[in-house]
Ligand binder design. Structure first.
Ligand code: ZN
Ligand code: ZN
Length: 439
């Protein structure tokens, strides 16, 4: 069988699973329905009983569903790579809620489709187009959902003759820049969409010893760092009730994407900080940051940035080093500023990557210490320690815990002492326990 590569792999624009499946069928020169019938369907352990196969109208091949899992397994087997999972939101399970995450109908950016076609490179539909909070950040437009030719919307993802970038009803090419012209979005929507891309990218970039923390740990970290551990303040900042916030904190409810996006916007944090490192750059407490404030990690582009990008390609490289003289047109000054801002963004990304790497190293060493100390305690016959006692034995800085540390220590104690995590307490701070052990 021929092999194809996942579009946009390693970026926030990674391809969605249905697009990948459709392209795979195209590469094999078979109709999509036949690919489904003979390649996908049998992989789920079922066999077609009738001569006529129907593709279910509502297939959540990108969601946190059994269907998605079946498709991922089928495609992964065919393509011989487990990377297919990143074409769905499955790797985000537990970190955010699957409810309200994906759109029911297909959406696309006509300009992006046209540019992909013009570039002569692979044409595919990114996963982020399936997410409810997404727009096109390159062209600063809302995603389209109605065919420019037959004017029909409510497009499903997979039909018997499905083709990438084409209408599911009439088969027409969906790239049609004019259709998107009057669908401008504001900077807030662009930032939200950029966070969606960040989230999609996150699982692809996890280091060997990294994992996404569960929703409640992520929300707890933001709550204690930025909102003085006040559910009221957190709720006010993002327009949720305090009761609802407490549900997220206890883990009774998994926080939906819209809540995480609003929290990231008001605290100016990245998805990586929220779900992986939990290390926030500023002192945090008492945050009243305006969502419109631009941080170096979230460089916002103005709605005209898309045009500037294409203009920038036509400007010679001499404009990169020095600002254009005052005699130059305002466009070339704009382009220079845009490039400069991008360069600053890259520097910030390098710094963020370094900080992230150090954080990973610190965490690996912390987890290792926890492992050694808890094992030592158990071997020496010491009674089951509290979480704070373990923390105190590791660090002279005292028993203050962040949620990630709590999680690591609790799971280690639970493993070594064979107790449920509910039977492990935070405190007492464990001074007497520590003295007892040291003495
Ligand atoms: Zn676009
Ligand atoms: Zn159509």
């Amino acid at each position: 069988m021929s092999r194809i590569n996942i579009g946009g792999f390693g970026t926030g624009n990674v391809e969605q699973a249905s697009s990948l499946a459709i392209r795979y069928a195209e590469a094999l020169n078979v109709r999509f329905i036949d690919f489904y019938r003979y390649a996908i369907f049998p992989q789920s352990g079922r066999h077609a009983k009738t001569a006529y196969m129907q593709i279910p109208r509502r297939l959540y091949t990108e969601g946190m569903t059994t269907t998605a899992l079946e498709w991922v397994l089928a495609l992964a087997t065919l393509m011989r790579t487990s990377d297919v999972q990143y074409c769905t939101t499955l790797p985000l399970q537990g970190a955010i809620s699957g409810r309200g995450l994906n759109t029911d109908e297909r959406r696309w950016c006509p300009q992006c489709l046209d540019e992909m076609a013009d570039s002569g490179e692979v044409i595919y539909e990114p996963l982020v187009w399936r997410m409810c909070d997404a727009c096109c950040t390159v062209h600063a437009t809302a995603l389209a959902s109605v065919c420019p030719l037959c004017k029909r919307g409510a497009q499903t993802f997979l039909v018997p003759n499905a083709r990438v970038g084409c209408c599911r009803h009439c088969g027409a090419w969906l790239g049609h820049p004019k259709a998107a012209m009057e669908r401008a979005v504001d900077e807030r929507q662009i930032s939200a969409s950029r966070l969606c891309s960040e989230l999609v990218l996150l699982p692809q970039l996890l280091g060997e010893h990294e994992a996404l923390v569960p929703s409640k740990v992520a929300v707890q970290a933001l709550w204690s760092h930025f909102f003085d551990a006040s559910s009221e303040r957190m709720g006010q900042a993002i327009g949720e009730t305090a009761a609802r916030i407490r549900c997220y904190l206890r883990g009774d409810l998994t926080a939906p994407l819209s809540v995480i996006v609003r929290l990231a916007l008001v605290t100016q944090t990245t998805m990586r900080q929220i779900f992986v490192t939990q290390e926030f750059l500023d002192s945090g407490s008492g945050v009243t940051v305006e969502p419109s404030v631009v941080s170096s990690l979230h460089v916002l582009e103005s709605p005209s940035a898309g045009r500037l990008v294409s203009d920038a390609r036509n400007v010679d490289d001499g404009t990169q080093g020095n600002p254009p003289s005052s005699g130059d047109s305002s466009t070339s000054r704009k382009i220079w500023r845009w490039r400069r801002r991008n360069a600053l963004g890259e520097q910030a990304q390098v710094r963020a990557r370094n900080a992230a790497r150090q954080a990973v190293e610190k965490k690996v060493s912390f987890a290792h210490k926890v492992k050694v100390i808890v094992a030592d305690l158990k071997t020496s016959g010491a009674p089951q320690p509290s979480i704070k006692a373990v923390k105190q034995l590791i660090s002279s800085r005292g028993p203050l815990l962040n949620p990630w540390e709590r999680m690591i220590i609790a799971s280690r104690i639970s493993q070594v002492y064979s107790v449920g995590e509910s039977a492990i307490s935070d405190g007492p701070s464990g001074d007497s326990y520590v003295q007892h052990v040291n003495g």
